[in-house]
Design a protein around this ligand. Sequence first.
Ligand code: ASN
Length: 356
Amino acid sequence: MRPFYELTHIDTATPKAPDQSLLIIYTGGTLGMVYNQNGALAPFNFENILEAIPSLRNYNLKLTVASFNELIDSSNVSPTHWEQIATLIEDNYHYIDGFIVIHGTDTMAFTASAISFMLEGLNKPVIFTGSQLPIGAARSDARENLITAIEIASQRIGERPIVSEVCIYFNNLLLRGNRAKKVESVQFDAFQSENYPVLAEAGVIIEYNFSALKPYEPDATLNVRKNLKQEVAILKIFPGMSKTFLESILNSPGLKGLVIETFGAGNAPSNQWFIDLLKEAIDRGLLVVNVSQCMGGKVIQGRYQTSKDLAGIGVISGSDITTEAAITKLMYILSYLDKVDEQRMYLVKPLRGEME
Ligand code: ASN
């Protein structure tokens, strides 16, 4: 079978020997775009990366670029692409020191969250990056984002990588992947992680926040979990939501997990029909996770009367998790646990630092 990617090898160290080997997984998105002769945006050929970013020669690296045959706008990303990214990491894990994933910004937080769950026992850097402007544009943020992501993925203290988790690097900030959210579509500061400290800030030097980084686990062994379950949905609550609308969501054939985005600290309408419909679905085995529509703060079921009933009928508190992490965590948990009790137990526990 023809592989889903094509490889390019780049040595930035010649005539010296490279110190580190990195795999750049290029999935698409705005970063890798250049203007062709007709003035239209077309994918960049990574064989020319040293001409586009000559300063890469300042690093002694063996870079391998795996470019997806079909480069996608990240709005088209699916769990199949997540499996492809995870497979590339798994297949190269033992001889590559760090991984960069070039990905569109629109769904980067979903993919980074999914990959964080799929890679059990990760102890190497997996840094997602992208850009708001194509690498071929004069004022592009692509070069800085890519160079710094590469530097972070190759930095170590002795034999150990500084970063050994899935992160997003964007506009000077290194964020935990499953804590990040896209918050801006026009300015360069596209990502934020309201509920978890920044892992590093790149200024004149890259300043790491060691107390927030996941500690390196020397004995961890990688196990990649694929086949995420897709029988899940997200429901954003809004004033005026009708009973028939909620009924149609809860009765979707095969639905196994539902993230409800509620108001404030996890509050929802207290109408009896609303509570009864949710209760009926939960009693049938549906996993319902409560996350807040607010960027910051957390769900505290029972703090207000309007969330007390939710806890009582078995709605699972997502605490301070993002919607992106909650939905991908549901897909992951449903992929390998069958018993509802166990699924519920893992949903309230932080598995990759995605919640407090
Ligand atoms: N639509 C693009 C994407 O997500 C946006 C970007 O990368 N800046 O693929």
